[in-house]
Design a protein around this ligand. Structure first.
Ligand SMILES: [Fe+2]
Length: 394
């Protein structure tokens, strides 16, 4: 048990870190008031076609319009969003004379919406703002539109992040686009928005949050604040994810998972690692689900990083409730947890083959998360770990 059992009906919390977060069931109803507080007059709600068709979106739109907020919807965001998706959203923003963005949906919608807000008033192409060095200083910070984020999955944590992952169609790279002001001004974590997610999406997105916490904890560098958040996130996910999968209507588990997803994203400002460095090019080339790809790849990367991370597994074991604090115990737990959630053992089961291993290694090596892997990784290392993950060689 988490030690945090509660009556979800009593949860009405306001968090100021890392941004303003309104947590609790039913708080989506506060969206019009939040828009007004932030001075939004004409927001563009950015989402994906699946969420567009949900009654909760109609309800949110009706409440915004009833409150006199002239809201339009841009729902043409696809999974693994591309630069063209963002461009289309920016065109809708400019054509509609909008002043703000409401990011509403899963990771792809949130990332694309934040990128639309970034690009609303920029002259340069989005790729100029890749998260390398101080590229973000090229952007006109004053021209970035303010954004409210409302996640409808618990995984990416993009709602509290300062970056978006956007696929460059020309280079086939998932590029991390970063600006400090991409951090949404406010977030609503309403567990009722996630109750309709089917178990396999709940599991896959939840494992994205798990991999964020795990990779952040293992990343080198001094960041005790991120470390603490990562460990607590692992603890919450270990407890709540199986329950959210077993009973989608479990509001308590859904709340814990939304919290854990935001925590994972907060923690990984410390860094990620080879799980994401492999998952990004695999997603760009094979269009696999990000969280599911991470979930499959995680133990193969743990094995590769074993010597470096074994001394750090004690607190992780403790967070997971294990008496045995060895690397082996944590590794076995991860394998069992994946199995329990129905996560495949190998990337081959996701339709991925080894024919592009060299390319994946080269793309992974220049993916920013590779730089914070606990041990230095080369393109050849990443290609080898990827190949093991495709073939199921642990
Ligand atoms: Fe991720």
């Amino acid at each position: 048990m988490t030690g945090a059992a509660f009556d979800p009906a009593t949860v009405t919390a306001n968090w100021g870190f890392p941004t303003g977060v309104r947590v609790g069931p039913g708080r989506l109803a506060e969206l019009p008031e939040l828009c007004r507080e932030l001075g939004f007059a004409r927001p563009l709600l950015v989402t994906d076609p699946g969420v567009r068709d949900l009654p909760m979106l109609d309800g949110a739109l009706a409440s915004l319009r009833d409150a006199g907020l002239d809201t339009e919807v841009f729902a043409d965001i696809r999974g693994n969003p591309t630069g063209a998706n963002v461009d289309a959203g920016v065109a809708a923003f400019r054509d509609g004379g909008h002043d703000s963005v409401i990011a509403f949906g899963g990771g792809s919608a949130l990332d694309a919406a934040k990128a639309v807000a970034l690009m609303a008033g920029q002259e340069r192409p989005i790729w100029d703002f890749e998260d390398v060095g101080d590229n973000y200083r090229r952007a006109d910070a004053e021209a970035i539109a303010p954004c409210i984020a409302i996640p409808t999955t618990a995984g990416t944590g993009s709602e509290v992040g300062r970056a978006s992952v956007i696929t460059n169609e020309d280079s086939h790279r998932k590029m991390i686009i970063f600006h400090p002001r991409m951090l949404p001004r406010a977030v609503i974590l309403d567990p009722e928005t996630t109750v309709g997610l089917p178990p396999h999406i709940t599991a896959a997105t939840g494992m994205d949050a798990f991999s964020h916490c795990f990779e952040a904890w293992c990343a080198p560098g001094f960041h005790p604040m991120a470390d603490g958040i990562a460990l607590r996130g692992l603890h919450l996910i270990a407890d709540a994810l199986p329950r959210a999968c077993a009973d989608g209507g479990d509001i308590e588990a859904r709340t814990q998972m939304l919290a854990a997803a935001s925590m994972g994203s907060t923690a990984f400002q410390k860094g990620l690692g080879a799980v994401h460095a492999i998952s990004h090019p695999v997603g760009a080339l094979y269009h696999t689900h990000h969280g599911l790809t991470n979930a499959v790849v995680l133990p193969y990367v743990m094995r590769f990083n074993q010597a470096a991370i074994a001394p750090r597994m004690g607190p992780v074991a403790q967070a997971l409730g294990l008496a045995d604090t060895s690397f082996g115990a944590v590794f076995d737990w991860v394998l069992r947890f994946r199995e329990r959630l129905g996560i495949p053992q190998a990337l081959a089961e996701l339709g991925v083959d080894t024919s592009r291993a060299g390319e994946i290694g080269r793309l992974g090596e220049i993916d920013p998360p590779a730089a914070s892997n606990p041990v230095p990784v080369t393109a050849a290392d990443l290609a080898e770990v990827f190949t093991n993950a495709v073939e199921g060689r642990l």
